[in-house]
Ligand binder design. Structure first.
Ligand SMILES: Nc1nc2c(ncn2[C@@H]2O[C@H](COP(=O)(O)OP(=O)(O)O)[C@@H](O)[C@H]2O)c(=O)[nH]1
Ligand SMILES: Nc1ncnc2c1ncn2[C@@H]1O[C@H](COP(=O)(O)OP(=O)(O)O)[C@@H](O)[C@H]1O
Length: 419
C-alpha cells in the first residue's frame, strides 16, 4: 500500500519538515548548545520526522484505523511512496507533543510532553531483530512500540515444570505473602475453565479462532500448544504488571520458556521438579481437576518436559518441590526474599516528580529533560537526565532499566547520582 508524498495531509512545505540533526526538538533555553543536537524538530500538528536510511518515519497525529493510538507513517524514498506499516506492540495513546531521536540506527526514542516520568519514554523499533523477523512474517513494513520502564525493575520470573508439580501452589504463596511486589501474567488459553478458576484471574479463556487471529496480529509474546490446547502470554499481560510497578511472574510450559528466552524479555527461568514421577502422578490425581485421559496425556508430556530441564542455557535454577515449605523457602531465597524483607514493598522505585511541560535534548547516551515545575520547586528540580546506557529488552515487551534522575543544571557535567 502506498501514497505519493504530496497526497498526504502533512505539514511538509511549511518550513517545519526537518531531518535529523538540524535542530533541537524543543527550545532548550538554559542548556549549552552541545546538549541540544540530535533531536528531531517537533512539527506542527505534533508530528516528528526521523530519517533511517532511505526511509522517513513520521510519528504523530491519530492512527487512521483507530482514534486511540498515535499514527506512524513511512515515506520510502527508494520508491517515492508513503507506506502504512503494520504496528505491533503496546501502542501509546496520542501525545500532546513529543520529540523523537534515533538510537542505534534501529529504534526511535520518543519523549512525551506533559507526561509523568513513568510514562515519558517510548520506543518505536524500526529495524531491530524482532522487527526484521516480523517483516518476514507479515510480508509488510513493520514497526513495534515498546514503553520505556523507568528504574531498575527486577527481571520477570518464568516458572515452568510438569502439570501437577506445584507451580500454581508456589506462585499463590508468593503472591499472598508479597502482594505489592509480584503480579501474575494472566495467560490466554483455549482450555475450558476449571471449577475454581476465575476468568481474567487465572486465565483469559478464549476461543481458538479468536486466539489464532490475535497471534497473527502480533499480540503475543509467546504461545504454544500444550496438552492439546493453545496457551499464550500476551504482551499486554506482562505490561499490565510492569505498569503496576510489580515484578511479573509467568507460569508457562517449557516451549514457552524457550520462546521467552529467545525474546527481548530478560527474565529469570526456574524449573520446578517433582521428587519422583509417582509423586507427580499422585498429586495430579489428588487435585481431581482432570479426566483420566487428560491425566494420562499430562503424564506423557511430563516425561518430555522433565528431560528438557537440563537443556543448555534454558533454566537458571531447578527446584525440587518435595516438601512444600522447604521448596517455598528455597524459591524465596533465590529471589532474594530473605527474612526481614518488607512484604508490602513495591518492586520498583516510583518516580514522583511530574514534568508538567518539558523539552528534551541529548548528549551521548544521556537525554536531558527540562521541565517547567511549580515555582517553589524551580530552583531545585527542573532538569532530569534519562540515561540510556542501561536500556534492556524492547519490543515485544517493555524497554526496561531506564535510569532517570534529577540533575544540577549549573554543573559542568551531567553525571549520575553515583558518579
Ligand atoms: N507456553 C505457555 N504455556 C502456558 C501458558 N499458560 C500456562 N501454560 C502452561 O500450560 C500447562 C497447562 O496449564 P494448565 O492447563 O493450567 O494445567 P496445570 O499445569 O496442570 O495447572 C502448564 O505447563 C502451564 O505452565 C502460556 O501462556 N504459555
Ligand atoms: N510439595 C507438595 N507436596 C504435596 N502436594 C503438593 C505440593 N505442592 C503442590 N501440591 C499439590 O499438588 C497439586 C498440584 O499442584 P498445582 O499447584 O496445581 O500444580 P501445577 O500448577 O504445577 O499444575 C495440588 O493439589 C497441590 O495442592
Amino acid at each position: 500500500m502506498g501514497f505519493k508524498k504530496d497526497g498526504l495531509n502533512l505539514s511538509c512545505g511549511t518550513g517545519t519538515h526537518t531531518s535529523m540533526g538540524e535542530a533541537p526538538a524543543f527550545v532548550v533555553d538554559d542548556l549549552p548548545e552541545s546538549f541540544s543536537n540530535g533531536f528531531d524538530m517537533k512539527l506542527k500538528a505534533n508530528r516528528t520526522h526521523t530519517i533511517v536510511g532511505n526511509k522517513e518515519y513520521v510519528i504523530g497525529g491519530i492512527d487512521d484505523e483507530s482514534t486511540s493510538t498515535i499514527g506512524v507513517r513511512i515515506f520510502d524514498n527508494s520508491i517515492g511512496e508513503w507506506v502504512i506499516p503494520t504496528v505491533l506492540g503496546t501502542k501509546p495513546k496520542p501525545f500532546e507533543g513529543h520529540s523523537a531521536k534515533l538510537l542505534k540506527e534501529d529504534r526511535i526514542l520518543v519523549v512525551k510532553e506533559n507526561s509523568n516520568l513513568d510514562d515519558c519514554a517510548w520506543f518505536l523499533e524500526v529495524d531491530t531483530q524482532f522487527v526484521r523477523d516480523q517483516k518476514k512474517n507479515f510480508e509488510t513494513e513493520v514497526v513495534a512500540w515498546s514503553k520505556g520502564v523507568i528504574g531498575d525493575t527486577e527481571k520477570p520470573i518464568v516458572i515452568s515444570g510438569p502439570s501437577g508439580v506445584g507451580k500454581g501452589t508456589l506462585i499463590s504463596k508468593l503472591m499472598k505473602e508479597f502482594p505489592a511486589m509480584f503480579g501474575f501474567s494472566v495467560s490466554h488459553t483455549t482450555r475450558a475453565p476449571r471449577e475454581k478458576e476465575t476468568i481474567g484471574v487465572h486465565y483469559h479463556f478464549t476461543e481458538r479462532s479468536v486466539m489464532e487471529e490475535e497471534i497473527k496480529a502480533g499480540k503475543f509474546l509467546e504461545f504454544a500448544s500444550v496438552h492439546g490446547n493453545l496457551y499464550g502470554t500476551s504482551i499486554e499481560a506482562v505490561d499490565v504488571v510492569a505498569d503496576a510497578g510489580k515484578r511479573c511472574i509467568l507460569d508457562i510450559d517449557v516451549q514457552g520458556a524457550r520462546s521467552v528466552r529467545a525474546s527481548s524479555l530478560e527474565a529469570i527461568f526456574i524449573f520446578i521438579c517433582p521428587p519422583s514421577f509417582e509423586e507427580l502422578e499422585e498429586r495430579l490425581r489428588a487435585r481431581g481437576t482432570e479426566t483420566e485421559e487428560q491425566i494420562q496425556k499430562r503424564l506423557r508430556n511430563a516425561r518430555a518436559e522433565l528431560e528438557q530441564r537440563n537443556s543448555p542455557g534454558l533454566f537458571d535454577h531447578i527446584l525440587v518441590n518435595d516438601n512444600l515449605d522447604t521448596c517455598y523457602q528455597s524459591l524465596k531465597k533465590l529471589l532474594g526474599l530473605n527474612e526481614g524483607v518488607d512484604t508490602t514493598q513495591k518492586s520498583t522505585h516510583k518516580m514522583t516528580d511530574l514534568p508538567i511541560d518539558h523539552s528534551a535534548s541529548n548528549i551521548d547516551q544521556k537525554i536531558l529533560i527540562n521541565c517547567s515545575m511549580a515555582e517553589q520547586e524551580k530552583e531545585t528540580r527542573n532538569l532530569f537526565v534519562l540515561d540510556l546506557s542501561s536500556i534492556k529488552g524492547g519490543a515485544p515487551a517493555r524497554t526496561r532499566g531506564l535510569k532517570i534522575y534529577a540533575a544540577d543544571p549549573s554543573a559542568d557535567c551531567i553525571n549520575g547520582p553515583n558518579s
